[in-house]
Design a protein around this ligand. Structure first.
Ligand code: GLN
Length: 408
């Protein structure tokens, strides 16, 4: 039996990979951009590749130029000085960062609380490292009057009941993949009270921190009173600079979390991709003077609006994203023939897997089935939704929006 169970056997990213779909299908599935990182960032990568040292191992903590850039970029939003030796750790993408925290801290049977739906990678990351996931639902506020239900709510009694003497960690993902929720300060403060009371370690996955829309506030969990010492924040160059294939990310946290995680990272990958660390450093160094993140946010907000207006024209319900680059479409009324020639990987799965496959092949737009973001026991809730990514140029999103009118 595979230790990862379902997640290892057939992950959703492999099933809905563009390689398995018709070439002319518009890819709004896996969350990556159809545009390049900014030239002033890739120029730094070119320069690094032509230099000697960045072509070789970097320090396992990360290249010092990048750690300094991270320090200078984030100190203000973390509201504290950051120590480049013990409070910043460069990883091979955010995913390897979060995985390594579990490797460093979980012991057999330790429980980790996940809000469900959850970014699918957390589940095997917890179980491969001996942990036991415990699920606390985010409840969509389905309101018959307004089609857009953006407020996925936490039931704090439910959260409290999920905590046992074995609970070691809780994962908070804000802005949230896949629902696009931005946790409010009030919600995070309530979680902080529980983290304190039950002495929990907190993983704050904030990889979409630069994508918070409509003037909403992104609250860094680590900045809440008393939370710095128990929180590790997970961040990503791929999301920040449209470079998901670089596999460069970073962790920020207290030495008590960063140092054991460094030991794990050193044994897993030794160090992250060196030349692209230089490029990420250039990105962080120059972002403010170029107004990069402000402009990028405006572009993403426009991209979001293009896709949402296509869903509005269709009259289909969706979960209105406050952050991230994902929107969940309610596909409960999308019909498809039961005897459609689904591939084997889709055949045995939930209704959403079939609907997404059918939409990709017949409408020509791919998306990700949302039951993958639920544990097996609760996956029928996710079967009502398909996740569409809007990290694409406007023309592509308009074309996808037109094709999707075919769902009417
Ligand atoms: N974070 C991206 C998404 O959710 C990609 C995930 C992955 O490749 N595992 O689409």
């Amino acid at each position: 039996r595979l230790r990862g169970g379902r997640a290892l056997a057939q992950d959703v990213w492999s099933i809905y990979n563009v390689a398995n779909l018709p070439a002319d299908c518009i890819n709004l599935g896996q969350g990556y951009m159809n545009f390049s990182p900014p030239k002033w960032v890739t120029d730094a990568a070119d320069e690094a590749l032509r230099s000697l040292l960045p072509n070789h191992y970097s320090h396992p903590k990360g290249r010092i130029r990048l750690r300094n850039a991270i320090k200078n970029f984030y100190e203000k939003s973390f509201n504290r000085n950051l120590d480049v030796e013990n409070e910043i750790l460069v990883t091979s993408g955010a995913n390897q960062g979060q995985y390594s925290v579990f490797t460093a801290f979980l012991e057999q049977g330790d429980e980790v609380i996940l809000f469900e739906p959850f970014f699918d990678q957390y589940l095997p990351s917890v179980t491969f490292n001996g942990g036991t996931p415990v699920y606390v639902p985010l409840h969509p506020q389905t309101d018959a009057v307004t089609p857009n239900n953006s407020n996925w709510k936490i039931d704090f009694d439910e959260l409290r009941r999920a905590i046992t003497p074995k609970t070691k960690m809780i994962i908070i993902n804000t802005p949230h993949n896949p629902v696009g929720k931005v946790f409010t300060r009030e919600e995070l403060e309530k979680i902080a009270v529980l983290a304190e009371e039950f002495n929990l370690l907190v993983m704050a996955d904030e990889v979409y921190d630069c994508l918070v829309f409509d003037g909403k506030e992104h609250v860094r969990f680590a900045t809440l009173p008393g939370m710095w010492d128990r929180t590790v924040t997970v961040l990503s160059a791929g999301k920040a600079f449209a470079a998901t294939g670089w596999r460069v990310g970073w962790l920020i946290g207290p030495p008590s979390i960063i140092c054991p995680t460094l030991a794990a990272c050193t044994r897993i990958v030794f160090c992250s991709n060196s030349p692209l660390q230089e490029a990420a450093a250039a990105g962080l160094e120059q972002a403010a003077e170029r107004g990069f993140f402000e402009n990028q946010l405006k572009e993403y907000q426009e991209r979001r609006n293009i896709l949402l207006s296509a869903f509005d024209r269709l009259g289909m319900k969706y979960s209105h994203p406050e952050g991230s680059y994902f929107v969940l479409l309610d596909i409960s009324r999308v019909n498809f023939p039961e005897d459609y020639p689904f591939p084997e990987s889709v055949q045995g799965r939930g209704r959403d897997f079939k609907a997404c496959w059918f939409i990709a092949l017949e409408i020509g737009v791919s998306s990700i089935p949302v039951s993958e973001f639920y544990c097996e026991e609760h996956c029928t809730i996710g079967e009502n939704f398909a996740r569409f990514a809007f990290c694409k140029d406007e023309e592509t999103l308009r074309k996808a929006g037109e094709r999707l009118q075919g769902l009417a």
